[in-house]
Write a new protein. Structure first.
Ligand SMILES: [Zn+2]
Length: 302
């Protein structure tokens, strides 16, 4: 039976505090476990306003109504208001997620800074941000993190070396059709990647590729058309855990009805032998409905 891994990106303080517990309920109703990837340092969402000046972001704001979903206060954190430290304020929520049997991992230290800077950052900056996230994770959970999913699918080659050095066993930092071992200069044994294979809800809402179809129906049709392929679906605590809970429940039930086994990234990764994975470079690509470039699986080497 083909698997579908649920990867939950948690980007903000409000998403952690309110969206994560709401997702526990939806997942418990369907008796499903998922991978929660946490933003652990300050919530500087307000600084994302810088992106207003980038092509494509304004259209996205109009389509998904960022203010309605993220809230005005959240959009001011890091600008007019100081950014709340997420793990410090939501320690109980983070620990309870693990206690409920979900897989927990590292999304990022500072989402906005990582998303805006990592693609061109040097080793020192990357190491500093990565280490801070890992240190907070260890402080909260008492164990080292084993799974990483880069904020905004933004990476650089230093990240892949750091994942190896810090003992990560699997990662989902990229977009693409299926799992692979990243080919990285001076790194022979990079941590395998399980890329996000499906579009996210915020990429689909209001996008012309839907031609008026409902995003949930679009996603169910995409998995129905590829019944033998494993998929990774990325959702957000700020969307599926808040205004789009009903859509998420419908997705889970639809995937169940298709015979999909809904799993964590860990379960999906442990079902595959590393030696069986293709090797491929990580390249910069674009995804419909998302502004800018992001990390994508390149063409696998023979
Ligand atoms: Zn994120």
């Amino acid at each position: 039976m083909a698997q579908l891994a649920l990867k939950i990106d948690v980007d903000t303080w409000h998403g952690t505090r309110d969206g994560v517990p709401a997702l526990w309920q939806v997942l418990a109703e369907e008796d499903v476990q998922a991978t929660f990837l946490f933003s652990l340092g300050p919530d500087h969402t307000g600084r994302a306003i810088r992106r207003v000046f980038r092509a494509g972001f304004l259209q996205k704001v109009r389509r998904t109504s960022v203010v309605a979903n993220y809230g005005l206060r959240t959009l001011l954190y890091g600008t007019l208001l100081p950014g709340p430290r997420i793990a410090a304020r939501c320690r109980d929520v983070l620990r309870e997620t693990a206690k409920r049997g979900h897989e927990v991992g590292v999304h990022v230290h500072d989402h906005v800074e990582w998303q805006d800077r990592v693609a061109t950052a040097d080793e020192r900056w990357t190491r500093n941000e990565f280490r801070r996230a890992c240190d907070i994770f260890h402080d909260v959970f008492g164990v080292a993190a084993r799974v990483h999913g880069a904020a905004g699918w933004q990476t650089n080659e230093h990240l892949f070396a750091l994942e190896r050095e810090f003992g990560f066993t699997h990662a989902s930092d990229t977009r693409g059709d299926g799992p692979f071992v990243p080919v990285v200069p001076n790194l022979s044994d990079a941590v395998p990647q399980w890329p996000t294979t499906l579009p996210t809800l915020d990429e689909l809402i209001g996008h012309e590729c839907l031609a008026g179809a409902d995003p949930v129906d679009f996603l169910l049709a995409a998995t129905a058309a590829t019944p033998n392929r494993d998929h990774v679906y990325t959702l957000h605590a700020e969307l599926e855990g808040q205004a789009y809970r009903d859509s998420f429940l419908r997705l889970l039930r639809g995937w169940r009805a298709q015979g999909r086994q809904l799993v964590t990234l860990e379960a999906m990764a442990s079902a595959t032998h590393r030696a069986a994975l293709p090797h491929a470079p990580v390249i910069l690509g674009t995804v419909a409905g998302r502004s800018g470039t992001l990390a994508v699986r390149g063409v696998p080497s023979a």
